[in-house]
Design a binder for this molecule. Structure first.
Ligand code: ATP
Ligand code: MG
Length: 424
């Protein structure tokens, strides 16, 4: 009972101060995606469970233990989407967007995974995702990485590392898998319990283990890059060439794998040292087999998803210049004449300065109490209008964040004065 009126564990509220940052991030992303010709798609939060089983893979952590799955009233098994790619392919197929076409799509929205909540890891989290269909690459692999780099640059994020790897074709990966299992079996006694289990079900995931002793062991594991087929090798070379051409630095990390089964060939992550073990802010790669696997014709595809909460944690950690939700102006009023004149004036100011955020005091009270509210609101300027000012069509303008003198100005000059003070 005690927790009934608290949010469900791992599900968070986002309050106005943070929403200003979310909106800024979302708008910046939408601009950058549009700059590369990507169109927005919105998919539902709920899908048939089978979609994720078939796409992400039965032996992945996500499907094995992280999905929010339930039977609805008709007894069909539904799942809150743990990621966007499967839904995007499903939607693309359903609406005939993928057959013999090129599509550049992006989406944004909440995803759900039953993981252990901690900083940068939640049960409802928000992703920005980008997917390109019908282009075999590596040109478009370079394109989506350039797009992600531009987004992070625009946001002013620093010290991100681009790590890339190739997982090869499913055939070359099978050969690598055998070599890896052989190696892991030799070291089985020293592996952690999870990795022992994964060694047979999903051995590549052992490379991604966060357990220090296991990490030490896999340092000596055979490299997937030694097992690449010629096509994947050429593709990976093309990616590196393309990134170099446009001056995007990268690190080849042959231990980089992805947690979902559908990836092939190029994969990449943007990582930071500043968020502990939740240091991946963006992850993606090629998934040429998925469209066919979900019933479409063979269609090359590549995409990424970026975690919004982690991007925001990083922006804050780096002291980036972030927007606030605070109003610019708090409008104090005295007496009925002052109040009525202020109401009209505030509406006029909103007409004249569409970006102005102005709070009109409500509820009456003494000037001192109103100014206290003005200060607490975070506004930079207070306006003060009483009956005396109203009679003269004038108003007091008081800076709240510096020692500038309070000035008295005419109503006709007010919007110009505010625009100047606030830099609007
Ligand atoms: P991790 O290794 O951190 O669990 P992942 O490989 O499971 O990540 P993806 O499925 O590739 O993650 O999702 C892409 C991005 O979404 C991640 O890089 C991360 O920024 C974000 N993300 C994934 N899971 C969570 C979560 N539970 N909470 C917050 N963000 C998440
Ligand atoms: Mg995960």
């Amino acid at each position: 009972m005690a927790n009934l009126f608290q949010s469900v564990r791992g599900f968070n509220d986002v309050l106005p101060a943070d929403n200003a940052i979310w909106q800024y991030l979302h708008n910046t992303a939408a601009e950058v995606f549009a700059a590369y010709g990507y169109g927005e798609i919105k998919m539902p939060l709920l899908e048939h469970t089978e979609l994720f089983k078939r796409s992400i893979g039965e032996a992945t952590d996500v499907v094995e233990k992280e999905m929010f799955t339930f039977d609805d009233r008709e007894g069909q098994s539904l799942t809150l989407r743990p990621e966007g790619t499967a839904s995007c392919v499903r939607a693309g197929l359903e609406h005939g967007l993928l057959h013999n076409q090129q599509q550049r799509l992006w989406y944004a929205g909440p995803m759900f995974r039953h993981e252990r909540p901690q900083a940068g890891r939640y049960r409802q989290f928000y992703q920005l995702g980008v997917e390109a269909y019908g282009i075999a690459g590596p040109d478009v692999d370079v394109e989506i990485i350039a797009l992600s780099a531009r987004l992070f640059r625009r946001l002013g994020l620093k010290d991100l590392t681009l790590e890339i790897n190739s997982l090869g074709s499913s055939e070359s990966r099978a050969a690598y898998r055998a070599a890896l299992v052989e190696f892991l079996q030799k070291h089985e006694a020293s592996l952690d319990a999870d990795s022992k289990r994964r060694m047979l079900s999903n051995p590549l995931r052992v490379l991604d283990s966060k357990v220090p002793t296991t990490r030490e062991i896999v340092k000596d594991a055979p490299s997937i890059l030694q097992h690449l087929d010629d096509g994947s090798r050429a593709h990976f070379d093309g990616l590196q060439q393309g990134l170099s051409d446009i001056g995007i630095p990268f690190v080849v990390n042959d231990r980089l794998v992805r947690g979902l089964d559908y990836y092939t060939r190029d994969v990449f992550e943007w990582t930071t040292q500043q968020l502990g073990s939740q240091g991946t802010v963006c992850a993606g790669g090629r998934y040429d087999g998925l469209v066919e696997q979900l019933g479409g014709s063979s269609t090359p595809a590549v995409g990424f998803a970026s975690g919004v909460e982690r991007l925001i944690l990083l922006l804050k950690a780096q002291g980036a210049d972030l927007p606030t939700a605070a109003a610019h102006v708090y409008f104090c009023t005295l007496g009925e004449d002052g109040e009525r004149a202020a109401r009209k004036l505030a509406e006029q100011l909103r007409d004249q300065l569409p970006n102005l955020r102005i709070v009109l005091h409500a509820g009456g009270g003494k000037l001192q109490a109103q100014l206290k509210r003005a200060d607490r609101s975070g506004a930079s300027v207070a306006l003060i209008l009483g009956g005396e000012e109203a009679a003269k069509q004038s108003i007091q303008v008081k800076s709240l964040r510096n020692d500038a003198q309070q000035i008295n100005c005419n109503w006709s000059e007010l919007s110009g004065t505010l625009a100047g003070l606030l830099g609007l």
